[in-house]
Design a protein around this ligand. Structure first.
Ligand code: GLN
Length: 313
C-alpha cells in the first residue's frame, strides 16, 4: 500500500471513530414507521479509490435502507431505455423545496422539477414499469444493483417496503396528480409499488460505494473495465446529483462538502470525487431537509482532509 493509501485509511478510520461518539446525531425518519426502529448510534463509511482499494470505518458492513439513493440508479436505467426523451417528463432544475413537496407540481402542470425529488423519481420509475409486470421491473432494478456491486446478496427489505406502502399517502397523491397530466403511463399502484420497493433496497456502505464506482470514473468500472454508461451520461448524472441530490439542502451540501452526492431518508449518502473515489456514508439521524446529519459532517471532514472538493482544495 502506498503512503497516500495509508493516509486515506487513517483519515477514514479517524472520521468514523469521531462520528461514532458524537452526541448530536439528528433525528431518525419516522414517517416510514419501520425506519424509526433503526439505531441512531450507527455510523459507517466506505471510500473506494481509483485502484479499487477499499477503505472502511465503523458499521460499513451493516445493511441499511438506501431509500432515495436508489433514484441515481433508476435514473441511470431509465436514461438507458428512453434516452433524452426522459426530459419531456421530468425537469433538471433544483427544486429548493422539500423532497415530498406537492405545491410545485401543481404550478408546473404535473412535470416534476427534477428526477430526485419524489415526484420526479416516481415518473422515472414509471418509465421502468412500462411494458413490464411490476415484479419484472423491480427484478431488473435489483439485478442492476447486484451487477454494479458485484454482489448477488443485495435484496429488498420487505418490511420497509410494506411500511412505506401503508403510509405513503403523499407519494400516492403526487403520483395521482401526475397521472392526471398523463406524466404517469401505468397504473398508479403498479408504479408506486415498484418505487416503494426500490427505495427499500438494503445495502451496506461497502456495497453502495462499489455500485457507484462508474459515476466516479467516466461511466465505467475501472477495475473490471466494464462500461455502464457513456462518459457524457455519467457527467450529467453527477451534475444532477450536485444540484438536486440533497433537495432543499443541495446548496448547503455543495458549499460544505463540494461533491456530487445523493442522500436518502435511511441516513445514507452516496458521493463521488470525480476520477478519485466512490464514497458511501451512513448515519440514520437526519437534518431538517431529511439528509443525514453526521453523514454530511463526515463528508465535509473527508473533503477537507483529502482536498477532493470539486471546487478546489
Ligand atoms: N421512499 C422515500 C419517500 O418516498 C424516499 C425519500 C427520501 O429518501 N428522501 O418518501
Amino acid at each position: 500500500m502506498s503512503r497516500v493509501d495509508n493516509n486515506l485509511s487513517s483519515i477514514v478510520e479517524e472520521i468514523a471513530d469521531e462520528m461514532k461518539s458524537r452526541p448530536d446525531r439528528g433525528d431518525v425518519a419516522t414517517y416510514i414507521p419501520e425506519l424509526a426502529n433503526v439505531d441512531p448510534d450507527c455510523f459507517g463509511l466506505t471510500v473506494i479509490d481509483a485502484h479499487g482499494e477499499v477503505f472502511s470505518g465503523g458499521d460499513s458492513d451493516m445493511a441499511f435502507s438506501i431509500q432515495s439513493i436508489s433514484k441515481v440508479f433508476t435514473l441511470t436505467l431509465a436514461l438507458g431505455i428512453v434516452g433524452d426523451r426522459l426530459w419531456r417528463r421530468v425537469g433538471r432544475e433544483p427544486s429548493g423545496n422539500p423532497f415530498n413537496s406537492i405545491v410545485q407540481l401543481e404550478m408546473e402542470r404535473g412535470v416534476p422539477r427534477n428526477p430526485f425529488i419524489n415526484a420526479g423519481a416516481i415518473a422515472v420509475t414509471d418509465v421502468l414499469v412500462s411494458g413490464h409486470q411490476p415484479r419484472e421491473a423491480l427484478g431488473q432494478i435489483v439485478r442492476f444493483m447486484q451487477f454494479l456491486a458485484d454482489d448477488a446478496s443485495i435484496g429488498i427489505d420487505h418490511a420497509v417496503a410494506a411500511s412505506e406502502k401503508r403510509t405513503g399517502f403523499r407519494n400516492t397523491a403526487l403520483a395521482n396528480y401526475m397521472k392526471s397530466f398523463d406524466v404517469i403511463e401505468n397504473l398508479v399502484d403498479f408504479t408506486l409499488g415498484v418505487y416503494f420497493h426500490h427505495c427499500a433496497i438494503a445495502m451496506t456502505c461497502r456495497q453502495l460505494a462499489m455500485a457507484g464506482r462508474y459515476l466516479a470514473h467516466s461511466g465505467r468500472n475501472p477495475t473490471t473495465g466494464l462500461s455502464v454508461v457513456s462518459p457524457e451520461r455519467a457527467r450529467r448524472i453527477n451534475a444532477l446529483m450536485l444540484t438536486c441530490g440533497h433537495y432543499d439542502g443541495s446548496g448547503e451540501f455543495a458549499y460544505r462538502v463540494g461533491l456530487p452526492g445523493k442522500s436518502g431518508v435511511g441516513g445514507g449518502i452516496f458521493a463521488i470525487a470525480p476520477g478519485k473515489a466512490s464514497i458511501a456514508v451512513w448515519s440514520p439521524g437526519l437534518d431538517k431537509s431529511g439528509n443525514s446529519h453526521l453523514g454530511r459532517i463526515a463528508l465535509e471532514k473527508l473533503t477537507k482532509r483529502t482536498g477532493w472538493s470539486i471546487f478546489g482544495a
